[in-house]
Design a binder for this molecule. Structure first.
Ligand code: 5GP
Ligand code: MN
Length: 339
């Protein structure tokens, strides 16, 4: 975002506005952390601010300050529609195309409000009036920190803002270990701790609140893990029956795909999760080095994301989806084996 845009946004925010903040569908830690971080900042400027999530999010995010004020479009459609139709500004956070907002896509595209995107995914769509897009950023939370800083309001980062932004940076960087973590990320994290983020407590709230069933489901996933050493690839499947057996709750499968990538000499990891209700297989892809799962997902699985982390979907069966995945690996042979 250049200086002109920031000046325009600064003047836009200089008088009281009605503002809606929207994360992507099935929001993760970065999506909820960034929307709530921005929410706590804008509230201090005395705007009338609402966070509307397209749908529900996992229980391990349900401790963040302000979380209980988040409206959910799929279960509170009427009130959310009214608010969205009657707003001055819409911030869309942690996504690059309106279809990523799920069932909010149509109301967002029809809205005449000023739209501001803050996002770190590749290939942002040109729908917003103001776009702050940077694929080199670890997380949208890191960008919200920069956004507040660019507006000259660093001192408005209070403990609530700091806590939410810390949580999203932590989850999107895999607790500061993915390559997107820079020295700048660490400097921001240090500042957030200075401003009141309780780092150990935040980690605890997100990672140490597992249910017994969730760990049993992880055990099931790990026993389904298959390795294709000739393609430096590992993949996991979870059928709907297996999810049901371990009383699956939203978020229970988050992060499981990374176990495949933790194997020695593996460059590409995938997880295929059956969702009978939606009639799809949800796919998560992860990679090391220059191997782009964003390209793979865009080309074959109706999805996208980042170079090393992407998602997608398939409308075939679980078995057919895995077969398709295995069948495309030879075309990536060189890329996989040169990593
Ligand atoms: P996950 O595998 O954790 O669902 O997603 C990994 C990354 O890819 C996230 O940054 C997420 O926002 C992005 N992503 C997940 N699913 C999709 C999708 O269907 N389309 C696009 N464009 N990105 C996705
Ligand atoms: Mn993100």
């Amino acid at each position: 975002m250049n200086k002109v845009n920031i000046t325009d946004i600064k003047s836009l925010l200089s008088s009281k506005k009605k503002i809606i903040i929207v994360p992507h569908k099935n929001p993760d830690g970065d999506a909820i952390g960034s929307t709530l971080g921005l929410y706590h900042y804008l509230c201090q400027l005395n705007h009338d601010v609402k966070v509307i999530s397209p749908n529900e999010y996992p229980h391990f995010l349900k401790w963040m300050p302000g979380e209980n004020s988040i409206l959910k479009y799929d279960t509170q459609t009427e009130v959310c529609s009214t608010l969205t139709q009657d707003t001055d500004i819409i911030f869309t956070l942690d996504f690059n195309a309106l279809h990523r907002a799920g069932n909010m896509e149509s109301i967002l595209s029809k809205s005449e409000a000023i739209k501001i995107m803050i996002d770190h995914h590749q290939a942002p769509d040109p729908y917003p009036n103001f776009t702050y897009s940077d694929v080199s950023m670890s997380s949208t939370c890191e960008m919200v920190y920069n956004f507040i800083d660019m507006l000259g309001d660093n001192e408005l980062i209070n403990p609530d803002v700091a806590t939410c932004l810390y949580a999203g940076i932590m989850t999107d960087t895999g607790s500061f270990r993915f390559p997107c973590t820079t020295s700048k990320t660490h400097r921001i994290i240090a500042d957030l701790i200075d401003k009141g983020a309780k780092n150990s407590e935040i980690h605890n709230n997100i990672y140490d609140t597992n249910s017994y069933q969730k760990l049993q489901l992880l055990g099931c996933a790990l026993s389904n893990l298959k390795v294709l050493p000739e393609y430096k690839t590992a993949y996991i499947t979870l059928s709907q029956d297996e999810l049901n057996k371990f009383d699956y709750k939203k978020g229970d499968t988050e992060g499981i795909v990374n176990y495949g990538l933790s194997l020695n000499n593996i460059v590409l990891a995938a997880i295929f999760i059956e969702d009978k209700q939606e009639g799809i297989i949800k796919i998560s892809l992860r990679s090391k080095g220059d191997f782009s799962v964003n390209d793979m997902s865009r080309s074959y699985f109706n999805g996208g994301g980042h170079i090393n982390a992407a998602g997608g979907r398939s409308e075939s069966t679980l078995e057919e989806t895995v077969e398709k995945f295995i069948s495309i690996l030879p075309s990536y042979n060189n890329a996989l084996n040169n990593e």
